[in-house]
Write a protein of this length. Structure first.
Length: 237
């Protein structure tokens, strides 16, 4: 049996290009009555609180953000800002050119695929519209499971849905949220994507000092999977 039966991917910065907040976020700040700098600072320091989903739905979470920013917009303004933020996060999201083809080849080879993402409410809402959606067997979002990477529960949730043990899964990510060492602690193999554009990627709690496999592109995942198969076959003699 091949070493890997599934490959699980981080989303932002892994299946997508480097992420930075674009101009569209300025409109959200204006609707809420604060500066873009103030909103960005609050979003940065509260990411993990928001990504657990424990603050409520998107509107309740944004109201909490407003309180942290010291502004008190109307109900109508908050509702408009929720829609504005959804569009802004979607605008920041650009799939890597080899994302669809890599997922397609993995599935053609009989491997399962999935996403494990630390995210807020926007990604679960728009991911079904992306070209990769039909190529994903599982989608684990921190905002829905109430845990963020590197908590083992996030990875094990994917394993349960796949009905596979962790050792049958390879996790690939850019290294944010200490996701690589987290995957290893959960029993998975892990590899870091170090594509050139990630030098400017917005990342929290980076997995510094990673000494495991490093990939220059998503397509190199296929080589890593092949190496796993070859190693297993060789081990059988």
């Amino acid at each position: 049996m091949p070493r890997f039966q599934a490959v699980l991917f981080d989303f932002f910065g892994t299946l997508t290009r480097s992420v930075q907040r674009g101009e569209a976020h300025h409109g959200t700040a204006r609707l809420l009555g604060c500066t873009n700098e103030t909103l960005a600072a609050v979003l940065d320091r509260t990411f993990y609180e928001r990504a657990t989903g424990r603050l409520g739905n998107a509107e309740a979470t944004l109201r909490w953000v407003c309180a942290q920013a010291g502004v008190h917009p109307s109900d109508r303004a908050v509702q408009a800002a929720v829609a504005s933020r959804h569009l802004a996060v979607r605008a920041d999201t650009r799939l890597r050119p080899d994302a669809v083809s890599t997922l397609a080849v993995l599935r053609q080879r009989g491997l399962r695929t999935g996403v494990i993402s630390d995210c807020t409410h926007e990604l679960p809402a728009f991911l079904p519209d992306l070209a990769i959606a039909p190529l994903l067997d599982v989608r684990v979002f921190s905002v829905q499971v109430g845990r963020c990477k590197p908590d083992p529960a996030v990875y094990l949730a994917a394993c349960r849905r796949l009905e596979l043990p962790p050792e049958a899964c390879l996790f690939v990510g850019d290294g944010g949220s200490q996701e690589l060492t987290g995957a290893e602690r959960a029993g998975m193999a892990a590899a870091r994507l170090a594509a050139p554009d990630l030098a400017e990627h917005m990342v929290f709690n980076a997995d510094l000092g990673w000494s495991g496999p490093v990939l220059g592109s998503l397509r190199e995942v296929l080589d890593l999977v092949d190496a796993g198969v070859a190693t297993t076959a060789h081990g059988r003699g």
